[in-house]
Design a protein around this ligand. Structure first.
Ligand SMILES: O=C(O)[C@H]1O[C@H](OP(=O)(O)OP(=O)(O)OC[C@H]2O[C@@H](n3ccc(=O)[nH]c3=O)[C@H](O)[C@@H]2O)[C@H](O)[C@@H](O)[C@@H]1O
Length: 435
């Protein structure tokens, strides 16, 4: 009870207290002190009780300093555990039980829905932060809830929560998609990238390595790890030691961290380098999304060009193709070999490009949007700012083709048509979460 020490007037070694010799005064003082002590003890106990009653699970208290930045989420209790179990229950014969982190995110929502559709058990986890409009995340959550996927609200940095989830469900797989995304925002808020993409990843892997059985993990890396690499198309064997943004650097760090956990603990790990994923329910911070919004509003859109009027291009990849790649990665993931934090033998470690293999200049993307929206864009062509963007990306997908049977089938024109249809219905329908 160190907090009470400064309220306690009694001397540390009573026998040596010689200033006041009168037993009467001494008794009075002693009684006074006892009354004060009792009074403050009640206040202190009261505060503790209020604290506990306000948070349904004592496990979610941010007690250690590394967790102080975490928001307090409500989790725990028998009803909560029942929902967790029911959502993660496998309903098909050879199904898996998957924890999907970032389930209210763009890719997370689509992957969770696809897994649930084929009978796998799915439990979502998401912190619902406000990097972009949280109401879109809530609408995705509502969509998933209707198909029986429960999303637990919490941070991947919360080890008590993660451990609890593994205590309640023996997940066979983790689809780790929770991350701080976006290339340019890393200059504004570098700490959020370290928090989610490095500290959060390590925390998740720590819990996975201690789980018994250990799950197999598939996680989202990024095409941005190729950075200033100029050899095209980008192959998994190419150099990735020249990241152009802190975002890219944290994803690259993630790949090295994955290697370590595979090497020491026998965790089965598959990293997926996504190439500019787009589609319905997408991320409003991405160019195709805010270009659509701004073209419709009649606002000027900045279109970047490389040095000497060079083209800036992206290997835009449609969400359904990415989902197929994610599911194939889960299906081909071998079991982790360790248990209880100990490695028992070598485990699988993979990295795949998931792209479309046909880069499109950003100016062509805008032309397609103009045609679909039937509105002429106000273009402001400007030099690619030094903010982490790279001039082009282009995936070599032969490895994913060979090992996952991955074969993208949606071109940008077709994919954007589906996106625009969703965008118009979502934003004109009072943001109703319609599919
Ligand atoms: O492939 C990836 O790994 C990455 O893809 C996207 O990053 P990015 O390709 O930069 O996607 P956008 O931010 O949507 O930009 C698309 C293109 O539009 C260009 N752009 C962006 C913004 C703008 O105002 N004007 C503009 O011309 C960019 O230079 C880029 O060529 C995602 O935002 C990242 O989270 C993801 O990891």
């Amino acid at each position: 009870m160190t907090q009470l020490k400064h309220l306690d007037n009694s001397p540390p070694t009573p026998g040596k207290f010689k200033m006041d010799k009168s037993p009467y005064i001494h008794r009075l003082r002693w009684h006074g002190s006892l009354a004060k002590l009792t009074f403050w003890s009640f206040i202190f106990l009261g505060l503790i009780l209020i604290f506990f009653f306000r948070s349904p699970s004592s496990n979610s208290l941010p007690s250690d300093p590394s967790r102080r930045s975490l928001r307090t989420y409500n989790w725990g209790g028998p009803a909560w555990e029942k929902r967790v179990r029911s959502s993660a229950r496998v309903r098909s014969r050879h199904g898996m039980s998957v924890l999907v982190t970032g389930a209210a995110g763009f890719v997370g929502t689509h992957v969770s829905a696809a897994l649930k559709r084929r009978g796998d058990g799915v439990l979502g986890l998401d912190c619902f932060n406000d990097y972009y409009d949280p109401s879109l995340k809530r609408a995705r959550q509502a969509l998933l809830e209707r198909s029986g996927v429960f999303i637990v609200e919490g941070d991947i940095n919360d080890s008590a929560l993660l451990s609890k989830l593994f205590e309640v469900v023996a997940f066979t797989h983790v689809m780790h998609l929770a991350a701080q995304a976006g290339v340019r925002y890393a200059m504004e808020n570098p700490g959020s990238y370290v928090h989610s993409n490095i500290a959060g990843l390590v925390n998740l892997l720590e819990v996975c390595k201690n789980a018994n059985p250990q799950p197999a993990i598939v996680w989202a890396s990024s095409s941005s790890v190729y950075g200033l690499n100029t050899k095209v198309p980008f192959s998994e064997r190419d150099r990735t030691d020249q990241p152009a943004s802190l975002y890219a650097a944290t994803k690259k760090a993630g790949e090295e961290i994955a290697h370590t956990y595979n090497h020491i603990y026998g965790l089965s790990l598959t990293g997926l380098r996504f190439f500019t994923v787009y589609g319905p329910w997408g991320r409003p911070d991405m160019a195709y999304f805010f270009f659509t919004r701004d073209i419709l509003k009649g606002k000027t859109i900045p279109i970047f060009e490389a040095a000497n009027h060079g083209t800036v291009a992206r290997d835009f990849t449609y969400i359904d193709d990415i989902v197929k790649g994610c599911l194939a990665s889960l299906d081909t993931a071998e079991k982790s070999t360790g248990s209880g934090g100990k490695k028992k033998g070598p485990a699988q470690l993979r990295v795949f490009n998931l792209g479309n293999t046909s880069p499109v200049p950003v100016s062509d993307l805008v032309t397609i949007l103009e045609r679909l929206l039937k509105v002429k864009a106000k273009r402001n062509i400007m030099k690619l700012p030094r903010n982490g963007d790279v001039p082009f990306t282009h995936a070599n997908i032969s490895s994913a083709q060979r090992e996952l049977g991955y074969k993208p089938t949606t071109d940008l024109q077709t994919g954007l048509k589906k996106f625009v249809r969703w965008y118009v219905s979502y934003y004109s329908g009072g943001k109703k979460a319609s599919g």
